[in-house]
Design a protein around this ligand. Structure first.
Ligand code: SF4
Length: 190
C-alpha cells in the first residue's frame, strides 16, 4: 500500500482526472534522430504541456512510443506513406494500442473510489504515427500535411471505440505548445 500524509489529508473522494499523452511529450529522447538531425525540442519534455496539465490538477499517463519501439534510433524522419510500407509496423501499432487500452480499462475498472476519469488522449500533430488531425504525406511536390490520423492513432481510436471507452483524442503541435494551450484548456474543461 502506498500512503502519504495524514488520515484525511489527501483522502478526498473527489474524482481524479487524468489524460494519456504521446510518449515524447514526457520524453523527447524517443523522437527521430538521424545523422545529427532531429525534430526533438530538447532532451527533456514538452514542459508547457506538462505544466499546464499539472496546473489544472490533471494527472498524466504516458503511452508507449510506437516508432521508437519498432525502429529505435537512429531512424530518419518519415512520412505516413513510408510507415505504411514498413512491413509489420501497422501490426506493431495495433499491438501497442491494444496493450495500452488494456491499461486504460484497468484504470477505469480499478479507479472506483475516488473515481478516475480519463479525459482524453493527447497525440502529436505532424507525426506519421501519433497525429490526430494532420499527418505527413509524400507527394510529387514533397511532404504535405493531410487531414488524417497517424497510423498509431488510427489503431488506438479503433480500439477505444471497440471497447466503448468513450475517450476523445486531441493533438498538440509540440513546436508551438504555447499556442496549443488555449485549445487544450477549452478541450479539457468541456
Ligand atoms: S510522436 Fe509518437 S511516434 Fe513520434 S516520437 Fe512522439 S510518441 Fe514516438
Amino acid at each position: 500500500m502506498c500512503e502519504e500524509g495524514g488520515s484525511e489529508g489527501n483522502s478526498s473522494t473527489k474524482e481524479r482526472k487524468v489524460v494519456a499523452v504521446a510518449h515524447c511529450i514526457l520524453n523527447q529522447s524517443t523522437r527521430w534522430w538521424f545523422k545529427g538531425e532531429t525534430s526533438s525540442l530538447s532532451s527533456g519534455m514538452v514542459k508547457e504541456v506538462v505544466d499546464h496539465l499539472s496546473s489544472l490538477g490533471i494527472g498524466v499517463l504516458q503511452m508507449p512510443c510506437p516508432e521508437f519501439g519498432f525502429y529505435g534510433n537512429p531512424r530518419p524522419s518519415m512520412t505516413k506513406d513510408d510507415y505504411e510500407k514498413a512491413s509489420g509496423f501497422k501490426a506493431h501499432c495495433r499491438r501497442v494500442a491494444k496493450g495500452f487500452c488494456n491499461d486504460l480499462e484497468d484504470i477505469k475498472r480499478l479507479g472506483r473510489k475516488p473515481r478516475v476519469k480519463i479525459l482524453g488522449i493527447v497525440g502529436v500533430e505532424h507525426s506519421p504515427s501519433c497525429a490526430v488531425e494532420e499527418t505527413p504525406r509524400k507527394t510529387n511536390k514533397g511532404t504535405v500535411y493531410r487531414k488524417e490520423r497517424g497510423i498509431f492513432m488510427e489503431e488506438l481510436e479503433r480500439e477505444v471505440r471497440k471497447r466503448d471507452l468513450g475517450i476523445p483524442l486531441i493533438g498538440v503541435n509540440i513546436h508551438s505548445p504555447k499556442d496549443e494551450l488555449l485549445r487544450m484548456i477549452k478541450f479539457f474543461k468541456e
